[in-house]
Design a binder for this molecule. Sequence first.
Ligand SMILES: *Cc1c(COP(=O)(O)O)cnc(C)c1O
Length: 371
Amino acid sequence: MSANVNIDLISKLVRPDVREMIPYQSARREQSGGSCWLNANEAGGNNAQQVNLENLNRYPDFQPTALIQAYASFAKVNTNQVLATRGADEGIEVLIRTFCESEKDNIIICPPTYGMYAISAKGHNCNVLSIPLLENLQLDLKSLTDHKDNAKIVFICSPNNPTGDVIARDDIIKTLELFKDSALVVVDEAYIEFCPEFTFASLINQYPNLVVLRTLSKAFALAGLRCGFTLANEYIIAMMSKIIAPYPISNPVAQIATTALTEQLTLMQQRVDSTIELRTQINDFLDSQPWLIKRYSSKTNYVLFNAQNALELFNALVERGVLIRNQSSQLSLENCLRVSIGSKQELVEFKQAVNDYNQSIANPPSTTSKQ
Ligand SMILES: *Cc1c(COP(=O)(O)O)cnc(C)c1O
């Protein structure tokens, strides 16, 4: 079917920067197969939901009222301070498209961190200023100060993916003050349900340049739904509303998300509690491994660790159907692997696969015969 497609034409027409762009390697794109998925920080098990499929001939509301009310109530903000998006990822993209001019404005990221800030910026032809976290994985306030007039948006991920711990509250406050006349400070709280006491949502009335990102993909176990939220003052929300697609939230998505945020809130809380319990187990398990160099402390549903022969371990797990995430290409995370805390059963499978690997390195299959 594609025999007559003229690749030269497409190559000539496409934006030169898009031609050169390396696409985001999401867990699902990068690794296929396997039977135990611990590579995308999803909730484990199986989350099945019911929807009413009547009236699909009608467009949904731009921002479905029941959903916005439910999220505003959950996050303790006003309804005009919430924008529902197609995952938090769309929030990132719409923020950049709303506030950054192509080929002119910069965003700041603090790596190692979530990859989509840079990808979305590049997709909009904006520059990415990288101000790495310090060795203690906290913000480099001095370098941020040096760049306080050089960016429109500063992305801070807290708890940070993939490292797992929160960014110090005082440092985020200092950053908000530092950029109060020059840039938005976006705090990505994709994992905040696992440590709700660290949220910045309660400060959006106090800091006009504060934006908080949320998602239903992690603690709410709805990654397949594609639903996230941007929390900010009503003026920021109004500007983003000009740029986002006219019907970003489909009717079935709105129904399922609203149910998750009302009738099923207790279920989410239970999931968080059991994940935290399993995290203690996985921490203990990792700490007892002969190949462990360092385990990072986590307030989330995943744990990052530095292992001797990380790639060998990673591949041995893949061979046994257990997929985790290799973070070795991230700044300062050489030989680091990230494992999501799935269900109890998935943790059993992970441990089994690791134990098998340990056996195989203790008793390597003899490959050479005596000469
Ligand atoms: C998973 C994740 C997101 C994206 O969430 P979606 O709502 O699924 O788009 C955003 N930020 C961080 C830090 C994440 O880990």
